[in-house]
Design a protein around this ligand. Structure first.
Ligand SMILES: *Cc1c(COP(=O)(O)O)cnc(C)c1O
Length: 357
């Protein structure tokens, strides 16, 4: 039977998400979820939602939602595409825009979904190694390619690049589509949203899962020129016209309109992030300068794999990637102050445990 499946489908290595657990009392800081609930306006929108409306298909043009997203970014509704999470939007963009014979380009250490989609959709790709400081060298992306995709800030390194970097990238890549994945940008990164008016081959993707606390609702978007958005709509309408559900649209519209809650929540996460970074450094960890809602850290003395496993036994879930170059690093999502205090206490306990063994 197996030989009947298409080879590239059979051979893919699916993306592995951070573990979800039914266990009580765990500190779950392994999936870059937001520790705070969504805006109270989202709760209100859901409470007020008239279920009678569910017998109708959702608004295929998502007019209200697109208008609200466009307003936030000072763009037009025609510059906005919506999907079921940014993974959905990115997968669609890969299919729509990466169809040259030339390989597409992305860093060796990056969001692990990119190579998965390339294999699934038979898109050739080439990776460029990050520098020893884990930074992206824009010069690597000067060569002709079938497209470029870069998360900014990058994951799981947490490092972000500024406007000059993006402008350079766009200057080097005039004849292909450049996708900037901004899943984490709200936590202090530079957003290229303002550049979609300047470069008609730039597609910026974003997510409501992290900074807007709506991972369970599955809302993602892309910002781009009218032309690019038109192509995404055409591809979407070729297999499933109604991606975002009516409830998701109501929730998402309420979330993006509540700017005050958004900025307050993001600021809380950033404050906690910087405190935890300082405390980890005091314990001898090396922690990269994060512009995200997570910290990427290593320690010269301890095995990060053992540390990750030990913490799991203590009901503190962080993330470890057994991948080349980063197999002695851990990724720690920024939780509430209380959660991070437990995490830090357990970390001190681990250090004592190793040193008295
Ligand atoms: C979380 C994440 C996404 C996907 O988010 P959705 O939940 O699908 O919106 C995309 N890119 C990166 C780099 C991410 O970390």
């Amino acid at each position: 039977m197996e030989k009947l499946w298409r080879r590239n489908v059979r051979d893919i290595d699916p993306y592995v998400p951070g573990e979800q657990s039914k266990e009580q009392n765990i500190v779950k800081i392994n999936a870059n979820e937001n520790p705070y609930p969504p805006s109270p306006q989202v709760q209100k929108a859901i409470n007020d939602f008239n279920c009678g409306k569910l017998r109708f298909y959702p608004d295929a043009n998502a007019t209200d939602f697109k208008t609200a997203v466009a307003e936030f970014y000072e763009l037009e509704a025609e510059n906005v595409f919506l999907g079921n999470g940014s993974d959905d939007v990115l997968a669609l963009a890969f299919q729509a825009f990466f169809n040259s014979d030339l390989p597409i380009a992305f860093p060796d250490i990056t969001y692990s979904f990119y190579p998965v989609w390339c294999r699934l959709f038979e898109i050739p790709f080439k990776t460029f190694p990050l520098g020893s400081d884990f930074r992206i060298n824009p010069e690597d992306y000067r060569a002709e390619s079938g497209g470029v995709v870069i998360p900014n800030p990058n994951a799981p390194t947490s490092l972000g690049e500024g406007k000059a970097f993006i402008e350079k990238l766009m200057d080097y890549n005039r004849d292909c589509i450049v996708i900037i994945d901004e899943a984490y940008v709200d936590f202090g990164g530079y957003s290229s949203a303002e550049l979609v008016k300047k470069y008609d081959n730039l597609l910026v993707t974003g997510s409501f899962s992290k900074s807007r606390s709506l991972a369970g609702m599955r809302i993602g978007y892309a910002l781009g020129s009218k032309e690019l958005i038109g192509i995404l709509e055409a591809v979407k309408n070729s297999y499933n016209s109604y991606t975002v559900s009516s409830i998701a649209m109501a929730a998402g519209t309420a979330a993006i309109k509540d700017k005050e809650y958004f900025y307050t929540t993001v600021a809380k996460v950033i404050t906690t992030r910087e405190r935890v970074k300082t405390e980890l450094e005091a314990l001898g960890f090396e922690v990269l300068d994060s512009q995200t809602n997570f910290l990427f850290a290593t320690h010269g003395k301890y095995s990060m794999r053992d540390y990750f496993e030990w913490l799991k036994g203590q009901k503190v879930f962080i993330r470890y990637f057994n991948l080349p170059r980063i197999d002695n690093y851990v990724r720690i999502t920024v939780g509430t102050n209380e959660e991070m205090d437990i995490f830090l206490a357990k970390t001190r306990e681990y250090i004592d445990f190793i040193n008295t063994k």
